[in-house]
Design a protein around this ligand. Structure first.
Ligand SMILES: Cc1ncc(COP(=O)(O)O)c(C=O)c1O
Length: 309
């Protein structure tokens, strides 16, 4: 089967830009055998002022937190990797892109901890469109509650964005799609709302924007933090709140927030229509401001865009 990825020309690997096809690892690399890789997903937008990367230092800082949690120092600084992201977008002449820095345990050790395997660092970037389908941003998506729970705290460290954790995300996503939904919302092992397979979840309850706290099962999303700031700027009350599953069914509005997903309204959960079954007014205000910031149509007052140059 042909790759469905829109391949670019170069990938940054261990300090060098090399041809896309040459950026390979051995099948017995620790990362392939045991999923020991940490990564980021970052978007570069074709703004009114040229290509710019959204919250690049924050993403690289989270990558650094992930590699510290898994004890795999790549030997590059955060500044080096910010530069690598900009270099790979520029070298490939991309205007908008998805950037996927990865730090992984390579080939050498055959033990599952991979201590002794070299740490490899790669930064691919390619052109990638809407993640949940082209109408999702405007019309919203239908989701279910997953029968798969997110990992309990102190099992897989939820604050690390690590490849192995995404086997759980794949189970959540595959079940949703098998049942005819676009996505699913997963609960914690205690039955409290956690997040989607690859995005944080927000609700509007009593005219307040609420989202689950970071309690070990969910990722501390950078879009999530941006929603807090945007809500604050719009003077919409926003807070963290533990949400039982049933709070989803009675919410005024629901939406997802994530780099790939951006701000996507949720129009039904388990076939129960949320609000009027279309994007709600508060989601619309937050999404509108987000889209205008990433498009460069309004001032980047928080310094969220790094120009590719
Ligand atoms: C499991 C999970 N939760 C939440 C998010 C949203 O995080 P961010 O907004 O930083 O992309 C992602 C995407 O990276 C994710 O994979």
């Amino acid at each position: 089967m042909a790759a469905s990825i829109d391949e670019a020309e170069y990938i940054w690997k261990n300090g060098e830009l090399i041809p896309w096809a040459d950026a390979t690892v051995h099948v017995l690399s620790t990362a392939v055998q045991f999923g020991s890789s940490v990564f980021e997903g970052i978007r570069c937008y074709d703004t009114a002022r040229g290509p710019a990367v959204f919250r690049l230092p924050e993403h690289i800082h989270r990558l650094r937190n992930s590699w510290r949690i898994y004890r795999m120092d790549p030997g590059y600084s955060e500044v080096d990797l910010v530069q690598a992201c900009l270099d790979v977008v520029r070298a490939n002449h991309l205007k908008s892109a998805y950037i996927r820095p990865m730090v992984l345990r390579g080939y050498g050790s055959m033990t599952m901890d991979g201590i002794g395997s070299p740490i490899e660092t790669v930064v691919p970037a390619w052109k990638w469109g809407a993640y949940l389908g082209k109408d999702a941003l405007a019309k919203g998506v239908d989701v279910c509650v997953s029968s798969w729970a997110r990992a309990a705290s102190n099992t897989f460290p939820g604050m690390a964005k690590a490849a192995g954790h995404y086997n759980n995300a794949a189970l959540i996503k595959m079940e949703a799609q098998r049942l005819g939904y676009v996505e699913a919302i997963a609960l914690t092992p205690n039955g409290i709302v956690s997040e989607g397979s690859g995005q944080n979840v927000f609700a509007v309850i009593d005219d307040q924007v609420v989202t689950p706290p970071i309690e070990g099962s969910n990722l501390q999303g950078i879009t999530r933090a941006s929603v807090f700031q945007i809500a604050h700027d719009l003077k919409i009350p926003v807070k963290e709140m533990l949400m039982p599953r049933e709070a989803l069914y009675s919410a005024q509005e629901l939406f997802f927030a994530g780099t790939a997903t951006e701000i996507t309204p949720i129009r039904s959960v388990d076939d129960i229509e949320i609000g009027a079954g279309a994007m709600g007014p508060i989601t619309s205000q937050i999404q509108d401001r987000f889209l205008h910031i990433i498009g460069g149509q309004i001032d980047d007052v928080h310094g969220w865009l790094t120009p590719v140059g």
